[in-house]
Structures are given as C-alpha cells and as structure tokens.
Write a protein that binds this ligand. Structure first.
Ligand SMILES: [Fe+2]
Length: 390
C-alpha cells in the first residue's frame, strides 16, 4: 500500500490533540508514538527541538476513530485544517483571518461529528482532488456563512459540514468517469449527476447528519434558471446549498485541472461568477459573495477597474467610471449603447447622448455581466474612445 508523508504545522495544533500515526522529524527521526497526547508543553518542546513542522507517514488505511474519542477526532479535524493551509488557496494573512472565523466551528464539529469527519478523511485515500476540493469548499462556505451572519451556532456547523460533504456521493462513482477528459456521453452524464443523491444515501442514516447537511448535499447542483441536475425551482430551495454551490464553483474554477492549461485567477473566477447571474445564481447571492468574499479571495483588489465594460439587465453596455465602496456590483457608469438584433447577428446601437448613472442609487439598471473577452473589450473601448468617452 502506498505511503504518503503528511506535513503538520505545529503552530496550528490545538494543545491536547493526538495523532493516529507516529510523528517524525523532517530527517525521519521518530519523535512520538501514535495517540500520545500533545500537551502545550510537549508541543513547545518539539517545536524548540525540531522546528514548526513534523510529519506522519500515512499508509492509506482508514483512520479508525472510535466514536466518543474526543482527542482523536480533534486531531483529525486539525489534519483537515492543515490541508487547507497546504492548498495555498489564500495568502497567509487571509488564511489566518479565515481560520479565526471557522476555528470554533471546526472545534465543535470535531467534538460532535467524529463519524462524519471520518467520511471527509476517507475521501483522501479515494481521490486527492476530491479531498482538497471538499476541504476548500467547506472552508469557503464556513467563512461565507460567517460573513453573512445571522445563523445559529448549530446552523454554522451544519452548513460547514454539508459543504465539506457536498460531493461525498462521488465516492460511489467510478474513478475513470470522474477523471475522464473531454465530453461525457449521455449515459456517463446521467451517472455523474447521481452523485448528490448518492451522497444523500450515504448520509441520511448517520446520527451526526441533519436536514441542513442533507439539503446541502442533495441540492448543490441546482441553478437559478431551473436547469440544474434535478431542475428544481431555485427560489424555493433553502439558502444552505446555494452558499455551498457558489463556493463549489469558485474552487473548481481556481483549481488546477487536467482539462485546462491554467486555473482561473481569483479575479477571473469572481468575474465568471458575476457573469453567471440569472443563469446559475441570483443577483443577491452573487453580490454577497463578491462583496464579502471578494476582498479575502482577491487580496483586497477590486474585480472592476475604471473603463471596464459591463452589460446591464436592460441590454445596455456601460463603461465603469467609479467603484462604490462595499458594493462592488453597483458602480458609477456611463451607459453608451445597447445591443440590437440585426437579422441573426447581435449588433450595438450607440446613444447620441451617453447617460451617466449611479447604480447604487438607481433601481432600474443592474449589472449582469462584466465583459472579459479581450478582443471584444478592446473593440468596444476603441469605439468608446472615438466618441470621447475614454
Ligand atoms: Fe457536486
């Protein structure tokens, strides 16, 4: 069986944790037997002698944690946190901000949900991408829910847990199909689309599961335009799967995948999410995501720049002229043309009098898309320049 060296950052470790494997130094010297309680004093001693990082060798066998073994469960959830740090999705500073927000959720989860946490760990031996993706979506959704606020402690835990487990049903799908490159045929697509249902089946009888977790797993592929996996009416669904779904898309876009050369940058992914308003997500959810999560994910850089071009719900195009602090999707703009149908083609009709509009105070116009096709943007900017708008 394949053995994997797993790095542990001692500075993230909560005192009185234990590991189910022996710990080693970087040079391979055994530091500690398995299941020894790492007290604050012991962590300090190990750090002084071996530095911040220690390792364990994972042999792929299922990490057995007996129910009620609080310390082992705590160690497991810290493994999960450690994975988040190693995926480098966030800058160190932003990671710590996120960590503070979710730490209490994770801590309580590990106490009460040892069985379910084990399911997440199980994913690691099944598929690395799926494991990392699950951990990232769990973290992002926890932070997003905290940023929105207003949920009870129990709801935060359930939202996080549901997000960690959203793709657990893929555990039951043939790996070859999960990793297939190129287009899937109808039968393959049908099989893949069963994963929310399969996840629900895995979790429904587990004591630690609940309605929020099950709804998140079952409905995370539903869409605003009712064209999701089960084509359910989006407006009637609870908010939990919607939060996980937007984080799911963000992580999928920004992760390296064999079928594309480069992952999206944070900014590109946030723009892509804006551009799925009215198809995948509703305006309010996207607005909350880009306003609350955008600064964390894009290191405080706005996703709009002055003279970017956006399409409005009215079919008009507008040049961005100013950003509204705290409400990125309501910029000040100059509306200068609108799309018109010319036979089969879509053309633009320029206004004789371009109109300045502040979308923060105007209700009629709403941002629908940020144009991101470079050639198209260059051509439209050139036209705008000729009309003295740039
Ligand atoms: Fe999924």
């Amino acid at each position: 069986m394949e053995t994997k060296k797993v790095k542990i950052n001692l500075s993230y470790l909560r005192p009185n944790s234990t590991f189910i494997y022996p710990l080693f130094s970087e040079e391979g010297k055994k530091i500690l037997d398995e299941r020894i309680v790492l007290t604050a004093e012991l962590i300090k001693k190990i750090t002084a002698r071996f530095g911040n990082f220690v390792y364990y060798a994972e042999d792929g066998k299922r990490a057995v944690i007996q129910e009620g073994k609080l310390r082992a469960a705590l160690a497991t959830s810290h493994d999960v946190l450690d994975e988040i740090a190693r995926t480098s999705k966030l800058s160190a500073e932003k990671y710590h901000e996120a960590e503070r927000l979710v730490d209490d959720i994770i801590h309580n989860l590990s106490v009460e949900h040892a069985n379910v946490i084990n399911l997440i760990k199980d994913l690691k031996s099944f598929d690395d991408y799926l494991y990392n993706h699950s951990v990232n979506v769990g973290l992002l959704t926890a932070v997003f829910a905290k940023k929105i606020g207003g949920f009870s402690d129990h709801q935060y835990q359930s939202i996080t847990l549901g997000a960690y487990l959203h793709d657990i049903g893929q555990r039951k799908i043939d790996k070859q199909l999960l990793h297939k490159q190129g287009q899937l045929d109808v039968l393959e697509l049908t099989k893949l689309k069963r994963h929310p249902q399969l996840g629900y089946e895995i979790l429904k009888d587990l004591e630690d599961s609940n309605e929020t977790v099950l709804q998140t797993v079952l409905f995370h592929h539903e869409k605003y335009n009712h064209k999701g996996y089960y084509q359910l009416p989006y407006e009637n669904l609870p908010i939990f799967p919607k939060l996980a779904s937007i984080c799911d898309i963000y992580d999928a876009l920004t992760s390296p995948r064999p079928f594309r050369e480069e992952p999206f940058t944070s900014c590109m992914a946030l723009k892509a999410i804006v551009n799925s308003i009215s198809s995948h997500f509703d305006f309010t959810l996207v607005s909350r995501f880009v306003n609350l999560m955008g600064p964390i994910l894009n290191n405080d850089r706005p996703i709009f720049a002055v003279n970017d071009i956006c399409e409005l719900n009215t079919g008009e195009l507008a040049l961005v002229k100013g950003i509204t602090p705290g409400d990125i999707l309501k910029p000040q703009v100059v509306v200068f043309c609108r799309f018109v149908k010319e036979g089969d083609r879509l053309g633009v009709k320029h206004y004789n009098e371009p109109t300045a509009a502040d979308l923060a105070t105007e209700n009629k116009r709403v941002v629908k898309k940020i144009l991101n096709n470079r050639k198209q943007v260059d051509a439209i900017q050139k036209m705008a320049k000729e009309r003295g708008l740039l």
